[in-house]
Design a protein around this ligand. Sequence first.
Ligand code: OGA
Ligand code: MN
Length: 200
Amino acid sequence: MAELPPKNWNINKIINDLDESGFSIIDQAYTEEYLHTVHQECMHHLNEFRDAAIQNGVVSKIRSDHILWINENLPIAEQHVATLMQLAQELNQAFFFGIREVEAHFACYNTGEFYALHRDNPQKKNDRMVSAVLYLHSEWQEDWGGQLRLQDKQQNWHILEPKPNRIALFQSDLLHEVLAAQQQRLSITAWMRSNHSIWS
Ligand code: OGA
Ligand code: MN
């Protein structure tokens, strides 16, 4: 396993935030150097991204972004996935989530692209427990749109800016959307998965 990128995350804050509101924000998640290399890896593979709206030949109207699933061909991004797996182990101890794996893709929203209101785990039908979105672009201005609008556990709405080097972490069953971006918006979306579904 390759070395993991340095980080300095406040695990207690993350656990408290998730417990109280169902989401947590990690700013300055990584070093500038790591963010730069993962951004470069993303840019290098942009021509391999595919329409996220098309799954098994079926076209969905609720999203217009483009994605590329992360695997061993994307070793820099895989370091982030491995780091999330470490975080998942801490969350498992705090919440008994039973997370066993992390799946992730790069996502690219070009100008005008969006992802309408949805849950990542509707009716708890899949085994996604926690969603984690890391924003990779090198700059983001407030009038560029692309915010993550998220409803917390108390049903209060939050508008979260996709700031570079920020991770938005949230329970996968919470309602959220990505507002239309006015500039190219790059991220890694990851899901921490339990394998509960094998029991049901
Ligand atoms: C998703 C998603 C949020 C974001 O990919 O399911 O909701 O801020 N992403 O990119
Ligand atoms: Mn989502």
